[in-house]
Design a protein around this ligand. Sequence first.
Ligand SMILES: [Zn+2]
Length: 319
Amino acid sequence: MNYAVRRFPGYGKLSGKSLDELRAGERVAVSDGKQDPLDFVLWKSAKPEDPPQARWDSAYGTGRPGWHIECSAMSCATLGESFDIHGGGADLQFPHHENEIAQSEGATGKPLARLWMHNGFVRVDDEKMSKSLGNFFTIRDVLQRYGAETVRFFIVRTHYRSALNYSDAHLDDARQALRRLYTALSLVHPADDGAAIDWAAPHAARFKAAMDEDFGTPGAVAVLFELAGAVNKTRAPDLAGQLKALGGILGLLQGDPEAFLQAGVEAVDTDEIQARIAARAAAKAARNFAEADRIRDALLARGIVLKDSAAGTTWEAAP
Ligand SMILES: [Zn+2]
């Protein structure tokens, strides 16, 4: 049993195409009782060779549902006849999502979803990710090498509709960029930790405008960098507070800045590092600059960078 797409006036509204335009891309011959090449199966009659676990009795005879029906049925059962957001890969917009709309709205007369969000594909080193190319890996593999926050930052830097190009260089770059944001928070302790965001404040207003424009996370991330620059320049705790709070909306910057900046040093003994920092300060005070430099270089060789400021010396993992 097929769905006759010409009976649903809104067919094509999601992809913004007419039936004729959509048909031009389809090379399916009219067959199997279809009135139109775009007609699709709602219920497939059982063939004699179909196993018993793949056949059900229904008002339309024994058989099984067409593959688009599962989404209409699941969303209706769990979310109701109308819901807010339907997501999916860009390749599912047509025909799958058009067909879901035709089925659900044809049945209920109500809009299926208020918003549709179609995401771009993950690419690896600028190639399509696929099992056959052997460049296939899971998020679990990536998390062995990069922290979850770095991976999250890498993802939100790209707009969700665009292709997401995975490469180690891009992940390394994401980690460096995130370090710049955490560095601002390590310099200036945020005021009002956990306070509500004032959306009328200039940075917050720009962040919100970016997000309201089709979930524009790259624009929102750009505002975080503007804020970090302002924090570095003004040393204002309220700006640091805004940076942390706005980062939190994207699931970023909620960790301890020092811990983030120090992560990656092997077999770290913080007491020992503090003792080396104290020895270097003593050498400097005694004007033994050669010894002070030797201590700094020895730490650097172990991947530890010293940072001097008016407040004293702190350390980070080398970038
Ligand atoms: Zn679906």
